[in-house]
Design a protein. Structure first.
Length: 182
C-alpha cells in the first residue's frame, strides 16, 4: 500500500475545496485492512522546497492527516511528484522484498498519485489505483476555463485504467485479499 501525500496542508483554509471528502477515511480503511493482513504500508511525504509552501518540512501542513496513524514500514520523503524519486529508494525497497504490485491512494489524484502510478507501471509493477481513496482540486486550462475536481478525477481514472493501472474502489480492495503486493 502506497499512501501518497495525505498531509494536512491539503486541508488548509487557503486551499480550494477538494473533491471526495471521504478520501482520508477511505485511506484509513485501506491502511487498517493492509495491516490486518500483515502487508507492508508505505507513507510518502512531500517535503516541499518551494518558498512559502504549506508542505515545507517543519510546518504543520507537512504532517500527516490524523487518519494516517502508526508507523509505516517505510517512509519516503520526496520533493517531486513521483514517490519513486524520493528518499529512500522506493523501487529498491520493493524489489528487495520481491513486491511486484502496488496499491496506491492519497492526494492529489492528478499530480503525485497519477505520476507515481505511471512510474510504477513503467518500472514493471502491477498497479491498483484506488480512485475513491484519492482527491484533488479544480484545475484551470491555459485559457482560463475551470475544470471541476470530480471531472479531473474521472479523466485520471479513464486515462490510467487498463493502460497504467487497474482503477478500483476501496470497497473492492477490502473485499479482495491481495497477493504479494504493497
Amino acid at each position: 500500500m502506497l499512501v501518497v501525500d495525505l498531509q494536512r496542508a491539503f486541508d488548509d483554509p487557503s486551499m480550494p475545496r477538494r473533491n471526495n471528502p471521504q478520501c482520508p477515511a477511505n485511506v484509513k480503511r485501506l491502511v487498517d485492512h493492509w495491516r490486518r493482513l500483515g502487508l507492508p504500508v508505505v507513507f510518502v511525504r512531500h517535503d516541499s522546497c518551494e518558498s512559502g509552501s504549506l508542505l515545507a518540512p517543519g510546518l504543520p501542513g507537512n504532517t500527516f492527516m490524523t487518519e494516517l496513524s502508526g508507523e509505516p514500514d517505510l517512509l519516503v520523503s520526496k520533493h517531486v511528484h513521483s514517490a519513486f524519486h524520493g528518499d529512500p529508494d522506493l523501487d529498491g525497497w520493493l524489489r528487495e522484498r520481491d513486491i511486484q504490485a502496488v496499491t496506491l491512494c492519497g492526494i492529489t489524484t492528478d499530480h503525485c498519485c497519477e505520476t507515481t502510478a505511471r512510474v510504477a507501471c513503467d518500472l514493471g509493477y502491477r498497479v491498483r489505483f484506488v480512485i475513491d481513496a484519492t482527491s484533488t482540486f479544480p484545475r484551470r486550462t491555459p485559457g482560463g476555463e475551470e475544470i471541476a475536481a470530480d471531472d479531473v478525477a474521472r479523466v485520471v481514472a479513464a486515462s490510467l485504467d487498463g493502460e497504467f493501472a487497474e482503477v478500483v474502489t476501496a470497497d473492492a480492495v477490502v473485499m479482495q485479499r491481495p497477493s504479494a503486493s504493497c
